[in-house]
Write a protein that binds this ligand. Structure first.
Ligand code: MG
Length: 256
């Protein structure tokens, strides 16, 4: 099932939908995320007629730093013995096809292609017998865009990670991939810059969900960016960056 959020000429507000071939089955307005997979669609429109938006509007974006050994090494960092967490502002979210705006405050803005985990139901202190993956709505592509010079300068990551447009998400949420072994590829102007399998993460997706839910309540729609592989590189005006995850699709954004 490919879940999306769209606008369409017949709609007053953005709506969740599911894509099937060239069609989008639209769900009723106001349906909650945790009810989506079992919801009936109200009507169907052509995929060509809709505009895909970022598939979620998270209450928070929890990011994991240094979750791939080679990426930690390329930035001169040691691997942490617990997940290194930081937050990215929800206002930084954009969708597939939107433009990443280079801020005047930074001289070096880099791509970070990552597997995104979208929470489907409220999670707080997940019991030992429960599977953390049962709290997941699905998976999507994330580009954790980073002003690397500001990240190095500031003690906190907030500014470097949270400029408007610094969180491309999408194009869709897919439910049935294996988050423990999916290939994540980032290309810049068609050249591969980052490629790794999620099986090489230091902390796996189920571990991360349980770890985070022991700290803060995760709400439906919240997004976890699970860390980036080696190969981050700077982007400049006119570039096109793509994050592709096996079984999900391609998240494509231009840079201005
Ligand atoms: Mg990152």
């Amino acid at each position: 099932m490919k879940l999306c959020r769209v606008t369409h000429a017949s709609l007053e507000q953005p709506r969740f939908g599911s894509i099937e071939g060239g069609s989008v089955h639209l769900f009723e307005a106001g349906v909650s995320l945790d009810a989506l997979p079992k919801s009936q669609s109200s009507h169907t429109v052509s995929l060509e007629e809709v505009t895909l938006l970022a598939p979620v509007t998270p209450s928070k974006i929890v990011c994991v730093g240094r979750n791939y050994l080679e990426h930690a090494a390329e930035l001169g960092n040691k691997m942490p013995d617990e997940p290194l967490l930081f937050l990215k502002a929800p206002s930084s979210v954009i969708g597939d096809g939107d433009t990443i705006e280079l801020p005047r405050q930074s001289e070096r803005v880099e791509h970070e292609g990552e597997l995104g985990v979208v929470i489907g139901r409220r999670a707080r202190h997940i019991a030992a017998h429960e599977n953390p993956l049962s709290y997941v709505l699905g998976y999507t592509c994330v580009n954790d865009v980073t002003a690397r010079d500001l990240q190095r300068k500031d003690v906190q990551f907030t500014r470097a990670k949270s400029f408007d447009t610094f969180c491309p998400v999408g194009p869709v949420i897919v439910r049935d991939i294996n988050p423990l072994d999916a290939e994540v590829t980032t290309t810049l102007n068609g050249e591969i810059r980052q490629r790794a399998r999620t099986s090489t993460m230091a902390f796996s997706v189920p571990f991360l969900i349980r770890y985070i839910a022991d700290i803060m309540t995760l709400y439906p729609g919240d997004l976890i960016a699970t860390g980036t592989p080696a190969g981050v590189s700077p982007m400049k005006q006119g570039d096109v960056v793509e994050v592709e995850i096996e079984g999900i699709g391609v998240l494509r954004n231009s840079v201005n």
